[in-house]
Design a protein around this ligand. Structure first.
Ligand code: ADP
Length: 369
């Protein structure tokens, strides 16, 4: 999740990383030859596309964003509010930060869980310049009071501020400058209908095609000044669960491995396969936690159906983490089914883990006789 910060929209991408241009300070990784820390913001910033033309894949979404931006610029207007939804690491923040750059306006970044009361949101609203962007990550986690405070701000660019209490209480109405809210969510289903309706534009980002991720790995290897063969890039991409953030993280780890194992630090198929094995990422791209989820579902619940809360308890993990980070890819890859009675491991999941479904387990659940 990005930190709260203000980026000037007209800042050259090159000044904030490797995304574009060659002016300004050198990219973080080039300074003093420091290796990247995948959890470091600098790493994310360095690989994050800075312009819409650098965004890989999501062609339809990019095309529609391009149309909204061009029309907004032509009218000299403020962009309508935009909601981006999709699994974690798929490019929501990337698109949200590219937009103000394209429009040459400022951006403020806030996170839903950090806005616990209307007073936390107020400074963002009063600071919002004409046409600027307020990006709210995890917007589905805004408390109801904050959400209600945001409605008039989004609709009429005004806020109602309550002053004093009891008999002396009064409300002042404050006019704001027209601005754009870009909301990002991993759970559009959890947004209230009034909140969802206030977004003129809504875009869903889906998992990436393999070819797009191969392109991403090759491009980012160049940014990291690392050689990677096309086959090795394919191997990294194939095991990245269709997610750019995972592809980037695997690339970084593979590059570390290549630095130690290959004379020129080149990422070959062999090196990539060894690194992926070390990272315990299997042939389908499942990580340890994904396999643990399936194993729990099979061993404890006979393959299901089982409720997500029950699985979460058995794994000692929050249900949110499971729903956001683990299940989307398992569902998409046909290893898991969501039924009205709960989660069910498919035959493909049993086969992948080399297990046999126990008698009476599966769709129908255990039987009494
Ligand atoms: P989200 O906000 O959906 O969790 P991010 O936008 O933070 O995901 O993406 C994570 C990382 O993946 C970014 O730092 C960026 O390097 C990379 N990335 C995401 N989408 C793209 C894309 N379409 N093209 C190139 N890189 C991308």
């Amino acid at each position: 999740m990005p930190r709260e910060r203000v980026i000037r929209g007209d800042e050259d991408g090159g000044r904030r990383g490797l995304g574009g241009g060659n002016s300004g300070r050198p990219p973080d990784h080039a300074r003093g030859g420091q290796p990247f820390d995948p959890d470091d913001d600098a790493f994310d910033d360095a690989l994050r596309p800075q312009r819409l033309c650098h965004v890989i894949g999501q062609n339809k979404v990019v095309e529609r964003v391009r149309v909204m931006l061009d029309a907004t610029k032509k009218r000299g207007d403020t962009l309508g509010h935009l909601l981006l939804d999709g699994p974690p690491g798929i490019g929501k923040t990337t698109i949200a930060t590219v937009i103000p750059r394209e429009l040459s306006v400022d951006i403020q970044i806030a996170a839903g869980p950090a806005l616990s009361a209307p007073k936390d949101l107020l400074p963002y609203l009063t600071n919002a310049g004409h046409g600027s962007v307020l990006f709210i990550d995890e917007i589905h986690r805004l408390p109801p009071a904050v959400e209600e405070f945001l409605y008039p701000a989004m609709e009429d660019f005004r806020v109602d501020i309550a002053l004093g209490e009891g008999l002396n209480a009064r409300t002042i109405n404050m006019q704001l400058k027209p601005f754009t809210v870009i909301g990002a969510t991993t759970r559009s289903g959890m947004l209230t209908a009034p909140m969802r309706d206030r977004f003129v534009y809504r875009e869903h980002l889906d998992f990436y095609e393999l070819e797009d991720l191969v392109e991403l790995v090759c491009r980012n290897a160049t940014k990291l000044k690392t050689d990677v063969t096309r086959e090795a890039a394919h191997e990294v991409a194939r095991r990245s669960q269709g997610t750019p953030r995972k592809a980037n993280n695997i690339l970084i780890r593979t590059r570390d491995y290549a630095t130690l194992r290959h004379a020129e630090g080149k990422i070959t198929t062999e090196i990539a396969a060894e690194a992926l094995e070390m990272l315990e990422i299997d042939g389908l791209g499942l990580e340890r936690q994904d396999r643990r989820y399936l194993q729990t579902l099979m061993d404890v619940f006979g393959g299901g159906p089982a409720g997500v809360q029950a699985i979460a308890h058995s794994m000692s993990l929050p249900a949110d983490t499971i729903e956001d980070d683990v299940e989307p890819f398992l569902l998409r890859s046909g290893l898991l089914q969501r039924t009205p009675r709960g989660r069910v491991a498919t035959d493909a999941a049993f086969e992948h883990l080399g297990r046999r479904r126990s008698q009476g387990g599966g769709e129908g659940g255990p039987t009494l006789f």
